[in-house]
Design a protein around this ligand. Sequence first.
Ligand code: FAD
Ligand code: A2P
Length: 274
Amino acid sequence: MTNTAQSPDQTPAAKVLPDAQTVTEVRHWTDRLFSFRVTRPQSLRFRSGEFVMIGLLGDNGKPLLRAYSIASPSWDEALEFYSIKVPDGPLTSKLQHIKEGDQIILRPKPVGTLVVDALLPGKRLWFLATGTGIAPFASLMRDPEVYEKYEQVIMMHTCRTADELAYGQQLVEALREDPLIGELVEGKLLYYPTTTREESPRMGRITDNLASGKVFEDLGLPKMNAEEDRAMVCGSLDFNVDVKAVLESYGLNEGANSDPKEYVVEKAFVGDGI
Ligand code: FAD
Ligand code: A2P
């Protein structure tokens, strides 16, 4: 890694590190989770909720890239990412040590299904995430378009322990206090964080709280239905499969960019590495 912060296509370092962006901020949330911000290529346009490939140079001198959801909204001048630290993970065992001024590789080709355009219009939009699956919703929750299109936005985030909820918790607090978007989210953004392996004010798996109807009761919402409710899902493969079954039991169908319906799904990571 190099600390060269000049324009990537003008420096010799750019030949070694193509598509280089400079790290502007790093924050460690737990020993397993951190977030960081990097400069945004001027030409990069993306829709809130999409992901890109980012990485570092591997020991063999070739780029070592992984898919990462952009956690910042499309209007933000910088790009934010929220990351796991996998102890022996090829990328994150190194990425977790980045500091302000370092460079990372970012391939500016955003894609993904967790976009507002992939859903039919509706009244309420549900964001359903476990772990780092909150990253695309960290982007969408900060996008005014979401609040223009939906009367209510419900963020359900579940982790094993309370400290793993901190990134989402602080983001929602900051959003509510934001002078620009705070008023827009007031009364519209309902945040429902739960833990499963540590006592906390709210507990239980997303699947259980949806299937039992507890979350509707707690938030004073009607039972989920295909006419009014839309959902976006991002978690492990097992989580996604189980949530899909619950959503389908309420009559929602899976959509895509090319075929908008009532819910969309994306993997937060691939089990065997990618
Ligand atoms: P890998 O070899 O990639 O993974 C090793 C093992 O670690 C995996 O088999 C899996 O069991 C576990 N693992 C990997 N990622 C995670 C994770 N996020 N949470 C829990 N366990 C994990 N990761 C992020 O941290 N933030 C993101 O925003 C993000 N967005 C993604 C979007 C998409 C569409 C996909 C497919 C993956 C995304 N990932 C994200 C996962 C990411 O691509 C890498 O897998 C991760 O950075 C670990 O890389 P690695 O090389 O260290 O280990
Ligand atoms: P649990 O503690 O009951 O397994 P992980 O850290 O394993 O990725 O899990 C993150 C969170 O997602 C945990 O709170 C976990 O609950 C929950 N979870 C894992 N698998 C599922 C699933 N298939 N359905 C619902 N929630 C799940």
